[in-house]
Design a binder for this molecule. Sequence first.
Ligand code: GAL
Length: 694
Amino acid sequence: MLESFVPTHRVRTPLKDQAALIHGGDYNPDQWLPMMPGILEKDASLMQATGINSSSVGIFAWTSLEPEQGRFTFDWLDRVMDTQASIGNRVILATPSGAMPAWVAEKYPGVRRVDRRGFRSHYGNRHNHCWTSPSYHELVKLIDSKIAERYKSHPALAMWHVSNELQGECFCDLCRKGWCEWLESRYGSLDRMNQAHWSHFWSHTATAWHHAEPTDGVKDGLSLDWMRFTNQQLIDWYNFEARILKASTPEVPVTTNFMTTSFAHDYDLISRTVDVVTDDQYPGYDPEQPNLTKYAAFWSMKQDLYRCFKPGCTFMLMESCPGSPQWRFPQRVKRPNVHRLEMLQAIAHGADGTCYFQFRAGRGSMEKLHGAVVEHWGTERHLQTRRYRELRSLSDLYTKLAPVLGTSVRAEVAIVYDWQSKWGQKLSYGTGVPSPAWDGHDLNYFDEVATEHYIRFWQRSVPVDVVPDDRDLSAYKLIILPMHWSCTPAFAKKITDYVDAGGTVVATWDTAMADEHNRMLLGGWPGEGLGKVFGIWIEEIDRNRRGTPCPITGLPGTGADVAAIMHLEGAEVIASYTEDFYAGSPAVTVNAFGSGRAYFVGTRLDGKALSSLYGRINSDNSIASILPSPLPKGVTAQVRGAGDEAFIFLLNFSNRSQSVPIGALRLKHIENGDELYGHIDLAPLAAECYTLIR
Ligand code: GAL
């Protein structure tokens, strides 16, 4: 059975010539060297002792490299590169454009961003340069090309890291000019743009391109376009820097680090531009948090999203925290075993390395209390710390796990995760379901809803791909569309053809509501012809306060938050509402269409109801699982492999011991070599890896 999940071939790994899992971190010795010239050697020996095999260098180091315009000081970076090479470490070398020196901001005021009120910012902070400024382009081009030329043949160079967490928007005249050009090339005529933005509303009709005011917020189609435009500015900026690097080193991969499922960035689109997908993630699991299982499932879903961004290359964590970040309140330290669990979760879902922010904590400024591999005081005493022991043993495990490099998984189920839908739904005034912090962790409603569907498979050990809506979906046995708001004719046709040919689709409320301009679809929801696939039409959507029960009958469990009030047009009822004026009307339906089936879920079903629904769908479609029985609460099993090699990971996101039945599988523990049959006992918060004995 497991064979069906294992692809035949390995895919590319993140680093150039990568032979081991990456275990590294941001390394900022430029902050230390002026005070402690001997820090490099000390750090190198602590890196070796801890098993840190890579470092991300130079991320915000512009002033140390060019203290005044045209005076370059690379000697310290030469030493860093050479020291890292001398211990066999791989360097992910950054361009420093993520934080500008004060002299740049002072001499070229146009590089500083203009905010939505029209004020140009003072010098300060980071991630704040104008996307268009010709001066910033010139200055960055010079420093980047100097770095690229100087280190292009350095043996430590393994990957380029463009800037850092590219983000934000600028409203200066040059960016506004770019916006007008973008609109003109997208729409060709003002008339077409006005129609797309529904501009006759409140007399907002544009009679010149610059009338499309990005700060307005009234026309959400326009706001959606502004998000697309700024996303494109980010991509253009990335490409601008990447081209400079590639001119010197065409063979060295280039990346920039993402921020998980950040609302402001369409990481699906951005991932198509980078060579390698890398993420900065900070879950901060607390074994005592009440909703740990669901929260952990969200992070697994995120890993699967990242695995699927670039099917031809594995991803990696560029940042994570071995302790606790200073911005988390209260700054509770990571409990024992949690770090291993968090890191193996990423590896289990296909990452080929995990790195930290940062190797050595700074002694001053905003991040001095951010957990790091080595604290600011770090000397040989580091070797007496719990963090050292945990990281050392993780490094040893990573050495044994080297055969997972480039392996992946073949899933039968896909969840469509789409930023355009997320943007369109959220920007539409009237769709709001307030989403208060979730156990102290602020996930947006869209992510929560997607996770509710994802977790049903996660806890049954069914692998899931998390993919954008323009992917080829035809080979999946089941496609899930949580709140898939935006629906183009092409997507509607894809789903129609898929179901017609025998596929199964599950969609929730707020699916196929608007077109690509965020105008509501005509002809009833779900629109663009999908109504006939689902065999329903929706009359109204009752949106309640978060957590408001919406009881149903027909499935165990209940609904909440929303109720799509539907009419049947061929579909059968699986569950109906039992309260309010729509009691008795359908809440969950299924329609036989062509050779397939289309399920529509009108309310936010709880775990019981969704488990029951997916239990039935999985068995109707013979959807296979890695392990034969449902897993105990909080436990997931994941597999990755290639050819005849398969690695099974068991992760226990609970603070208690668990016994996991493994059916007829025979597994070998990768660390101690134990052979296991029948069932496996997992310690609280355990993360274990096994190979398959054939
Ligand atoms: C990341 C950033 C790092 C560091 C870290 C602290 O977002 O890329 O430079 O600031 O947060 O958690």
